[in-house]
Design a protein around this ligand. Structure first.
Ligand SMILES: C[S@@+](CC[C@H](N)C(=O)[O-])C[C@H]1O[C@@H](n2cnc3c(N)ncnc32)[C@H](O)[C@@H]1O
Length: 340
């Protein structure tokens, strides 16, 4: 096999040169022998400080998956490569590709390349629209791999089965779910309003010593996934999921809660009356909102005013930025303590 052969002391210098000239064979690993190193090559050119030889041995295969930059180096320019976001969202076996408008004519090639970077990814899709409507769902389009939009996502010790178009789900909220779980005290009874496919109930049940968690979801398809997920994780004795509008269902649950989670960032505050009716002194409420930095304190005051008006004043314990909705707009969680 074609190789550049040099003393070990020159190895770094030679490697940098080969990478720069794009002639290093990335599918194979270099071989060291008696103080010398052989770099596998794809082309025969003159290399400073090295001799080009045809080896009698073959090089070991490089098992490391190639990086996206390596895979796309002949398809995209350096500038175009720089436009690709450095982290893409992965839900179970599906990657949700985000690429700028200017690269749309190369989206299939880019998707095929991402498929090769990680053997756990079986499908690459692209968002066709933002989450919208009362169910906060969206359309996605398969660009590469298996033509499936259903997957099982593994997070914080639980399995969450979902369909990308039938239910809202964000893998990027995994740390936030764990943050809430870590606050839960022994034997708490928790209400998760807007529970979707049940990621919050599952993560709280698995990672805390809560006594019971109740979830309420309007979207029938999401609710069905939630029921399946409770069963899949063997958490039937810790989670009860109800289908319907929180305004109709919650008054029928005859109890007050130690903790109430409200993950409906666009209009969550409109449901504070329902939540507060099921709160008691010292109940903790986690209310989410999408806000720009400059709006966060104003929103906290607005929440305090609403709650006082509803005769359940609250203290704002924390304002936690736990995600980004768009450049400059954050997903913020307000941890509230009900004072009476
Ligand atoms: C942003 S999603 C969050 C879903 C889930 N908690 C999660 O984090 O993946 C909001 C959810 O609230 C549900 N929803 C909206 N209005 C509702 C209502 N009035 N009663 C019950 N659920 C509602 C939507 O169908 C959607 O699944």
């Amino acid at each position: 096999m074609l190789a550049a052969y040099t003393e070990l002391k020159n190895a770094e210098k030679v490697k940098i040169y080969l990478v720069k000239k794009k002639i290093l064979d990335n599918h194979h690993l270099p071989v060291k022998e008696f103080g010398k190193i052989y770099f596998p090559l794809i082309k025969n050119i003159k290399v400073q400080n090295a001799e080009i030889v045809n080896t009698r041995f073959s090089f070991p295969e490089n098992e490391r998956p190639l990086t996206i930059d390596e895979l796309l180096k002949d398809t995209l320019t350096k500038k175009e490569l720089g436009l690709l976001p450095r982290s893409q969202e992965i839900v179970g076996e599906i990657m949700i590709l985000e690429i700028p408008e200017s690269l749309q004519d190369k989206e299939k090639l880019i998707a095929e390349a991402y498929l090769k970077t990680n053997k756990n990814i079986k499908t690459v899709v692209k968002k066709d629209e933002f989450h919208s409507g009362i169910y906060r769902t969206r359309k996605v389009r398969v660009l590469a791999g298996k033509r499936s939009k259903e997957t099982i996502h593994h997070e914080n010790g639980v399995k969450i089965k979902l369909h990308l178009e039938k239910t809202y789900f964000s893998a990027r909220s995994g740390n936030e779910r764990l943050r809430i779980a870590k606050q839960v005290k022994n034997k708490e009874e928790i209400l998760v309003m807007f529970s979707g496919a049940a990621p919050y109930p599952l993560v709280l049940a698995k990672n805390s010593s809560a006594k019971m968690i109740y979830g309420v979801e309007l979207n029938l398809l999401a609710h069905q996934y939630a029921l399946g997920n409770v069963y899949l994780n063997n958490l039937n004795d810790k989670i009860a999921i109800f289908h319907g509008d929180v305004r109709k269902i919650i008054p029928k649950i005859k109890k007050n809660f130690d903790r109430i989670v409200m993950p409906l960032p666009k209009t969550g505050e409109e449901f504070l009356d329902i939540a507060l009716r099921k709160a008691k002194k010292n109940t903790i409420i986690h209310l989410y909102a999408f806000l720009e930095e400059k709006e966060i304190n104003k929103y906290a005051l607005k929440i305090k005013k609403i709650c006082t008006g509803l005769k359940h004043p609250v203290e704002v314990l924390r304002k936690v930025k736990c995600g980004q909705f768009s450049p400059g707009t954050f997903r913020v969680c307000f941890d509230l303590k009900v004072l009476k």
